[in-house]
Design a protein around this ligand. Structure first.
Ligand code: HEM
Length: 482
């Protein structure tokens, strides 16, 4: 009898262990939400109790280094019609959305899918990326006007070039440089300049160090214990806030004693911003917004620029075609600087930029949380679930792009199929700095290709995908003047 019990119970217990999350969440949704119409969850597998599929996710990202095969493996196992799968990641029941039409549904159903940044306390709870409704609309209009429209782009184009030119000049004097590290320095100096008029120097170096810690913390598991990235991120945020608070105080004091000069940077604009009742932003709101914009703009632009350097070194024919265009512009001008209008008119350059950002996938996922039960194509995503828009898959799926992993700017000769280019997200949260980002990469490429030739030191360096995609050596290059 015992043998029969063991033979029957052990497999049952193992099955239950293996299927625990699926059984549990199906039960919960079937019993609590039976009045809601479509009660079945999206297809998929939710993994083991508590840990869910977190190790499987890490397996594809960290060990196999083929992140999108995580989705491909699901597509082989489950129905892929609906464009989403249920899973359980990093402690939360989740749905992964991977098709253009399903992501479009999420962007449109704005009220049902709330933007939720992981570790939002690091980004800033009152920042444009975290607030909703009217407060979001007001801040967003301001940010877009300040960094993303023609007048702002013209001003920013002139601001960023001196640092780019002198950085390239100094790189050529070194035997090799790590492009990620060096581009990051230039990008931070530039962003620090037009966001808060910070000049290169010790304060900016410290701020850059703190932001590095902050970025790592945002993408980490929230363990507030010394030694963990999240804890370090919180410490870095405190220190970065102190520097920005100090700057804000200085400006306010100058304003009060009448000695303030017009600065015309983002911090100044935020200080003057008023709502319909004439109310101004509090100090913490101003600082939260500077922090979040620095966070949004600096790592993403750095990585995109680094990937452009990397791909161009690997694709000499593309580089030649790009150089033909940038050289033609250079020889038609007497000034060293280019204007935003000139850059944005260079057709092939902009294709190189768009192709780089597509393939680099520096923002691989977007996060939302359901505010109520949402039904899509007969399946229900329960309230409070994590929704992960896996936008990198949209850019690497052969159904959307022919030979998707090759770097081919010519693919931009024809318009992309609708919804297949989502590098900047979509809907009401679409990137507020997309033109600025494209412009910065393009200006950098103009100066790089018209003045220098470069090679990757380790062309076969492995790529790591967490927390951001980059070659393990940070794209080390040897660079010399043309
Ligand atoms: C290549 C570089 C960049 C990429 C790939 C990128 C990507 C994105 C993506 C995918 C989103 C949508 C987030 C979501 O829906 O949850 C976003 C939002 C945002 N980005 Fe960017 N971004 C880049 C550069 C910049 C720059 C330079 C700025 C500078 C200000 C910026 C500011 C923002 C802001 C403020 C938002 C939030 C918009 C909102 O919530 O309304 N981004 N970005």
């Amino acid at each position: 009898m015992w043998l029969a019990v063991v033979l029957g119970a052990v497999p049952l217990l193992m099955w239950l262990f293996w299927q625990w999350n699926d059984v549990w969440y199906r039960l919960v949704t079937a019993t609590l939400r039976s009045s809601e119409g479509g009660t079945s969850l999206p297809p998929g597998y939710m993994g083991l109790p508590v840990i869910g599929e977190t190790f499987t996710f890490l397996w594809y990202f960290k060990f196999l280094r083929r992140p999108d095969d995580y989705i491909n493996s699901k597509r082989r196992r489950f129905d892929d019609e609906i464009g989403m799968y249920r899973t359980h990641l990093f402690g939360r029941p989740s749905v992964i959305v991977f098709s253009p039409s399903a992501t479009k549904f999420v962007y449109r159903a704005n009220e049902s899918f709330k933007t939720e940044w992981p570790n939002v306390e690091l980004v800033g709870k009152t920042s444009v990326v975290a607030v909703h409704g009217k407060a979001h609309a007001r801040l967003r209009t301001f940010v877009t006007r300040s960094v993303n429209q023609p007048e702002a782009l013209r001003r920013i184009a002139a601001t960023v070039q001196p640092r780019m030119i002198s950085a390239l000049d100094s790189w050529a004097k070194c035997p090799t440089v790590t492009s990620y590290k060096e581009i990051k320095k230039v990008t931070f100096e530039n962003i620090g300049m037009f966001f808060a008029s910070f000049k290169p120097g010790p304060s900016l170096d410290l701020l850059s160090e703190y932001f590095h810690g902050l970025v790592s913390g945002v993408r980490s598991y929230p363990m507030n214990i010394p030694g963990f990235a999240y804890y370090h991120g919180l410490q870095c945020r405190k220190k970065a806030m102190a520097i920005l608070e100090e700057e804000l105080k200085k400006r306010k004091n100058k304003f009060e004693d009448g000695s303030s000069e017009s600065v015309n940077d983002l911090m100044d604009g935020l200080m003057k911003l008023k709502d319909e009742e004439g109310g101004q932003l509090s100090d913490i709101e101003i600082i939260d917004n500077i922090v979040s914009l620095l966070l949004g703009g600096y790592e993403s632009t750095t990585l995109s620029t680094m990937w452009a350097v990397y791909y161009l070194a690997k694709y000499p024919k593309v580089l030649q075609k790009l150089r033909d265009e940038t050289m033609a512009l250079k020889s038609s001008k007497s000034e060293q600087f280019v204007t935003s209008e000139e850059v944005l008119k260079m057709k092939y350059t902009m294709k190189v930029v768009d192709e780089t950002i597509r393939l680099a996938n520096v923002s691989p996922f977007l996060f939302r949380t359901t505010t109520k039960d949402v039904t899509y194509k007969g399946c229900t995503i329960p309230e409070g679930w994590n929704v992960m828009l896996w936008i990198r898959y949209i850019h690497t799926d052969p159904e959307n792009f022919n030979d998707p992993l090759s770097f081919n700017p010519d693919r931009w000769d024809v318009p992309m199929a609708p919804g297949t280019y989502q590098v900047f997200g979509g809907g009401s949260r679409i990137c507020a700095g997309n033109m600025l980002a494209r412009l910065q990469v393009a200006i950098f490429l103009y100066h790089l290709t018209t003045g220098y030739t470069w090679k990757l030191v380790n062309p076969d360096a492995k790529v790591k995908y967490l927390s951001n995609p980059k070659p393990e050596d940070g794209a080390e290059i040897s660079i010399e003047k043309l």
